[in-house]
Each structure stands twice: as structure tokens, then as C-alpha cells.
Design a protein around this ligand. Structure first.
Ligand SMILES: [Cu+2]
Length: 428
């Protein structure tokens, strides 16, 4: 959802690419080209190429990045001259949220997304604390660098769409940074429909490791072994254990139950098994249904010999009230905070991003019509505010204070959404 289409006084009246930013584009070409005419940041040269799944040619994205970069430069200049830049940030954010490349990154390469927000946020922060012009310039360079990198990332996608499985959508599982390092499994939270879709592969990986379901209602779990290897060497299953069961001793005991497809039969371990799929070879699938009566975390694992070391996760059962979207986001953010306190800033960041992509994005559409500024602020919170604090290694008290502000904004969003729901239902 693009904020500028709502906020911009031009609305949809002007074709954005042709009209709205034509002037800054012309200026940008002058500002950003080196004397030889080559783009300073390494522009796109792939002519006529388009990112798989979008109709948008890369040249259009490049033009958009130039316009954004020029807007960033303008802020830097204005700041150095001592002029107020507060409204410029609003415009810059609206500009960024309105361009096509924004949408392409969101849909195709989400790992390119946070650095841009972080850049914009660092500019905003520099202004707020009245930093030196040099510091503002650094923040501006950071933003521009992230924009050009994003363009480069999309170009790479366009050039090898098949070789790099980077497509990241709402049901995405794993995200990577631009060097291809995994940023972790992106499924810590999703609005639950009590349906679990899980795959296992020949690398001994589940595609997801965390699910949220509602207590007291049937859960359907569909599991597929998407590998090619036979069950004898790379069999996978999903075994759901009772709350509090230690995975490691269970997994070790299960290894000696090969005659029973690795489901232990001794009473001590058998009583921990709440449900399990068949043991599957490559290409096979199985579906099971079970109900978790009590709230809490239920471990699951693949019980094939030693697979639990890589293949395990948790199903979190929550009361229906905690399963509504804002409740889910808040729980997820709190878990990010806890993880951060334990020293894993990277994982904390991943959780925040997961809450953003898996849940908040789904609310944006309704919320944007009610309070676009609130949405804009929350976009910043998710993509830059909280992640920046994690990256900086900010004191826990500061992170908590930020979370509390964010929680207040999310509660406000929830009130709006609840109100809208009431009004909607009273129409019918
Ligand atoms: Cu396995």
C-alpha cells in the first residue's frame, strides 16, 4: 500500500513517472553523474530488463532512485545551510513510499528494504539531535548507498531470476541480506488460521520453525518432504511434543526407534508425543489434525536420527484474544526485546521484521485510510527505529522506552481498526 497515493495532493491525477518527479529527475541527473557521465553509485545498465514478476523496467527504477537521491541531497544542503528540514523528511518518506521500486523491493527482495529505512531514520535522527552537517551528510550518503544497493539487488534478480530464489512474499520463509547470508527464518508470527504448512528438504531444514495457533480449536498440519532423497536416508516427519518436553533427550531416544519410524514406544517418551506425521521420503506429503488445549509452547521436531539438531521448532498456542493481529505484533515485539536482552541483536531484528511483514503489512491497507501518519510512523518504527537501536547496541532501558511508544501507537491503531470494524458491520 502506497501512502503517497492517499496523501499526495496530486493523488492519481498525474502519472507519477511522467509528471510528478520530472523536475527533480532532471536535476538529479546533473547532480549524480560523474564528469564522465557514469552514475556515481553504479547505476543500472541492463537495458529493457525487468524484475521477474513485475512489469517495471529497471530504467524506471533507476530514474526513481535518482530522484530520491536528489531529494536526499537537497536535505543535506538545506541542513548545511541551517534551514529547517522537518517537513522535508515527511516529503522524502512520502516520496519513497510512493515509488514503484518501493513496491518491487517489498515484494521481491525484502532484505534490501530495512537499510533504506535505516538511512532515512539516521538522517531524521541527525536533524533531531542537531548533529553536525558532516554527520548529516554521512547519514544522507548511507541512505543513497542503500537506495543504489537496492537497485543493484533488483538488477541481480532481473539477470538471474531462476538462480536466486529471493522471492519473498507474505508467506515467505527465509530472508537473506545482499551477500546472501541468511537473516533467519521469517515466520515467527503470522495471523493464525490454525493451518500449518511445513516442508522439509534434503538439507535437513524445515522451511518454518515457529507457528502460532489458537487453543481449543483443531489445527491442521500439512507436511511435505520437498527433497528427492528416499525415506531411508533422508526421511522426515513432524513430531509434536507436549509443553516442556526437552527436545534433545527425546530426539536421542527416538533414534533407537527406527523400527517404529522413529516414534519412541517406551512409555516415558511415548507419553510426550501429542501428534505426529508419517515418516516421509522425498516428494511425499502427509496431513494431520490435532487440538492444543492449553496455551504455551509446544516443541516439534523431525525424529529421524539426529535430524532434530537442525529440524526443530515450536508451535505456540494462544487464546483467541492473543491471536488478533495487534496482539500478535506486540507479543512478537516483546519476544524480540527478550532476545535482545539475552544478547542476540540479529535475531531480535529478524523478529521485528517478521512482525512487520507477516502481520502489520496486512493491517496497513485499512489503517492507511484512517490515519496515514500513524502508518508512516509505524513503518519507521518497524523498519528503522527499533532495528537501529538493536544495531547500535542501545541500552535495554532505551529499547524498552522505544517499545512502549510503539506499543501506544499500535494500541491506537487497534482502536481505529476495531472502530472501523464496528462501523463496517453496522452498515450491513
Ligand atoms: Cu528429518
Amino acid at each position: 500500500m502506497k501512502i503517497s497515493t492517499i496523501v499526495s495532493p496530486f493523488g492519481d491525477l498525474l502519472p507519477r513517472r511522467l509528471g510528478l518527479y520530472a523536475l527533480p529527475a532532471a536535476l538529479a541527473c546533473g547532480l549524480l553523474l560523474s564528469p564522465g557521465g557514469a552514475p556515481l553509485y553504479g547505476g543500472v545498465t541492463t537495458e529493457g530488463a525487468a524484475v521477474a514478476g513485475t512489469e517495471q523496467p529497471l530504467e524506471d527504477f533507476e530514474a526513481e532512485v535518482r530522484q530520491l537521491a536528489s531529494a536526499v541531497d537537497a536535505i543535506s544542503k538545506r541542513y548545511a545551510a541551517g534551514d529547517a528540514v522537518e517537513t522535508s523528511f515527511k516529503e522524502l518518506i512520502e516520496h519513497w513510499e510512493g515509488v514503484e521500486i518501493h513496491e518491487a523491493i517489498e515484494a521481491k527482495a525484502i532484505y534490501l528494504y530495512p537499510p533504506i529505512w535505516q538511512g532515512i531514520f539516521s538522517m531524521k535522527k541527525a536533524a533531531e539531535k542537531e548533529a553536525s552537517p558532516a554527520e548529516m551528510t554521512r547519514a544522507c550518503e548511507r541512505t543513497k548507498g542503500a537506495l543504489w544497493q537496492a537497485l543493484g539487488g533488483l538488477r541481480a534478480l532481473a539477470e538471474q531470476p531462476a538462480a536466486t530464489p529471493l522471492h519473498v512474499g507474505r508467506h515467505a520463509t527465509e530472508i537473506h541480506d545482499h551477500e546472501g547470508h541468511g537473516l533467519g527464518v521469517l515466520a515467527h508470527t503470522e495471523p493464525t488460521n490454525n493451518r500449518i504448512e511445513l516442508t522439509g528438504d534434503d538439507n535437513m531444514r524445515y522451511n518454518k520453525t515457529h507457528f502460532v495457533v489458537r487453543t481449543g480449536e483443531p489445527v491442521t498440519l500439512r507436511f511435505k518432504n520437498i527433497g528427492e532423497l528416499p525415506k531411508e536416508v533422508m526421511g522426515h516427519n513432524v513430531v509434536i511434543l507436549d509443553r516442556g518436553t526437552a527436545v534433545e533427550p527425546f530426539g536421542i531416544a527416538a533414534a533407537s526407534a527406527s523400527e517404529n519410524d522413529y516414534i519412541p514406544t517406551d512409555p516415558a517418551h511415548a507419553k510426550s508425543v501429542l501428534a505426529h506425521t508419517e515418516l516421509l521420503g522425498g516428494g511425499e506429503a502427509d496431513s494431520i489434525t490435532f487440538t492444543l488445549e492449553d496455551a504455551g509452547e509446544y516443541p516439534f521436531l523431525c525424529s529421524f536420527t539426529a535430524h532434530f539438531r537442525l529440524m526443530q521448532g515450536t508451535i505456540e498456542a494462544v487464546a483467541a484474544a492473543d491471536a488478533e493481529p495487534v496482539g500478535l505484533i506486540l507479543r512478537q515485539l516483546r519476544s524480540a526485546l527478550e532476545i535482545y536482552e539475552k544478547g542476540d541483536a540479529k535475531e531480535a531484528e529478524t523478529r521485528v521484521l517478521a512482525a512487520y511483514i507477516n502481520v502489520f503489512e496486512g493491517l496497513e491497507g485499512d489503517l492507511i485510510e484512517i490515519d496515514p501518519e500513524l502508518v508512516s510512523q509505524l513503518e519507521l518504527d518497524f523498519n528503522a527505529g527499533l532495528p537501529s537501536l538493536f544495531q547500535e547496541g542501545a541500552p535495554v532501558s532505551e529499547v524498552r522506552a522505544y517499545y512502549e511508544k510503539m506499543e501506544a501507537r499500535l494500541q491506537k491503531a487497534k482502536r481505529f481498526l476495531d472502530q472501523a470494524e464496528v462501523e463496517r458491520s453496522s452498515v450491513f
